[in-house]
Design a protein around this ligand. Structure first.
Ligand SMILES: NCc1[nH]cc(CCC(=O)O)c1CC(=O)O
Length: 311
């Protein structure tokens, strides 16, 4: 293929950094690329994410790709709606960044060191419910804006701390501001956090094969497929905050032989902010089934809770 690949990107520092990693991988493999900026309603609005809805950051980019304005779209995978877009193909899931959430707190403090009543900023119901469940007496408050805006609210003293995706900070070269990378046992990340989705048009098989061969990472793809399948199954059953994390581990298969398997954990908050947890391990080739199994466990646990004690 000798045409220049047009890579669609949003204009934020994070989006530009993400698209650049894709462009660089393609350039290293000998292909010419060009960045095309696409503005999205999510970039222009300051309303809380919970109000403007899923897909605000990704749909304009997907339209530009489907319309042929660009050849490749790069998204933060966790921002994509779970419903597939039949016009597009998920050509590559590059090796995932560290998926953990990160605390950026005043005076270098960790979560456990923040005094009760400390104001912690997050716009994410998933982060808020897990923070509250820790029992540290933190005051969790809503916050929006890009990474710099959120961090400034800590420097300015408006918040004692904010919680951000570690991957976002890594991609914009700001890891040094992190005061604690949160253990997934305390804070399960959003499904697909830290992963990129690299899409092309479904009929553009040349680009699909190129992206797949240059940058697809099968372990990352399997982990994200499981997490997203869990999220999709829960979306059908409830609208609660959801965390999930899967990864390829060395484990024993049914015959007792060492094998690569996929292990995952999920969490969902109930309406009265109790956390329900589930986990399972399965075949790397059946990632989506594994995600649905964990979702079924969570939905059963919720049903058992709703039917009340003693039943
Ligand atoms: N919700 C916005 C968003 N989408 C992707 C990232 C970070 C990068 C990633 O998770 O892959 C962020 C910022 C954040 O959650 O702190």
């Amino acid at each position: 293929m000798n045409k220049t690949l047009r890579i669609g990107t949003r204009g934020s520092a994070l989006a530009m950094a993400q698209s650049s990693t894709v462009a660089e991988a393609l350039e290293r493999a000998g292909y010419a690329t060009e960045m095309v900026r696409v503005s999205t309603p999510g970039d222009r609005s300051q309303a809380p994410i919970t109000e403007i809805g899923v897909g605000v950051f990704t749909s304009a980019l997907r339209e530009a790709l489907a319309n042929g304005e660009v050849d490749v779209a790069v998204h933060s995978f966790k921002d994509l709606p779970t419903a597939p877009d039949p016009r597009l193909s998920l050509a590559a899931v590059p090796a995932r960044e560290d998926p953990r959430d990160a605390l950026v707190a005043r005076d270098g403090l960790t979560l456990g060191e923040l005094p009760p009543g400390s104001a912690v900023g997050t716009g994410s119901p998933r982060r808020a419910s897990q923070l509250e469940a820790l029992g540290f007496g933190l005051e969790v408050r809503g916050i929006r804006g890009n990474v710099d805006t959120r961090m400034r609210k800590v420097t300015d003293g408006e918040f004692d701390a904010v919680v951000l995706a570690r991957a976002g900070l890594a991609r914009v070269g700001r890891l040094e501001v992190i005061t604690e990378s949160l253990d997934p046992l305390q804070m399960l990340p959003a499904p697909a956090q830290g992963a990129l989705a690299v899409e092309c048009r479904v009929e553009d098989v040349d680009t699909e094969h190129l992206l797949q061969s240059v940058m697809d990472d099968s372990a990352s793809r399997a982990a994200v497929a499981a997490e997203r399948a869990m999220l999709a199954a829960l979306e059908a059953g409830c609208s609660a905050p959801v965390g999930a994390l899967a990864g390829v581990v060395e484990d024993l298969d049914e015959d007792g032989r060492v094998a690569q398997r996929l292990s995952m954990r999920g969490v969902v908050a109930t309406d009265d902010n109790e956390l329900l947890r589930a986990s399972a391990t399965g075949e790397t080739t059946a990632a989506e089934q594994l995600g649905r199994d964990v979702a079924d466990q969570l939905l059963d646990a919720r049903a058992a809770l709703l039917s009340g004690p003693g039943q």
